[in-house]
Ligand binder design. Sequence first.
Ligand code: IMP
Ligand code: MG
Length: 187
Amino acid sequence: MAPTLSIPPLTKDLSRILIDADTISRRVDELAHKIDEKYKDLDEPLILVGVLKGSFIFMADLSRKLTIKHIVDFIAISSYGEKGDKRGEVRLLMDTRENLADHHVLIVEDILDSGNTLSYLIKTFKSRGVKSIETAVFLDKPERHEIDVPVEYVGFEIPDVWVVGYGLDYKEQYRTLPYIAEMYPKK
Ligand code: IMP
Ligand code: MG
């Protein structure tokens, strides 16, 4: 019997589906292919460092589509608006398990907004003596950038709206939606 396709319906907070699950899956295939090509001659595993919590679904899909040897690791940092943190302030809440020194590292992030998070992570990892560092972000909001951050792999560029699903949340809700949905602006 063919599996029934069930797409969770939009709730009242969500205005529309911006990127559907099939489109996401095809794009993650393409990103994985590019990353495979870039690192195919590496004779050591690439370390993927996912930024918790938002990247966990992207990381799960991307890592399973890679054919190169790699290690999955995570880091947790605070993002602005959480627990009263100031805008632009980034705090390390949980470090990687791997020692990144002398390794090739790929940061895996859910979304590039102001750029503060990625800029902090790139600086921190460089200071630890990584051999190389690149970044993969699932979403990018170009209108919101405050800092120039080099990003080698971008899933989709989106407008300046709050989005949820595929790992991204609004107050810890909606992370497990299989699509990216736009929220109604908060009044
Ligand atoms: P930054 O401003 O580039 O440092 O991004 C900070 C963090 O804000 C991102 O890693 C996300 O976790 C979060 N964020 C930014 N925009 C959105 C959004 O539209 N939905 C959900 N989370 C977001
Ligand atoms: Mg994040």
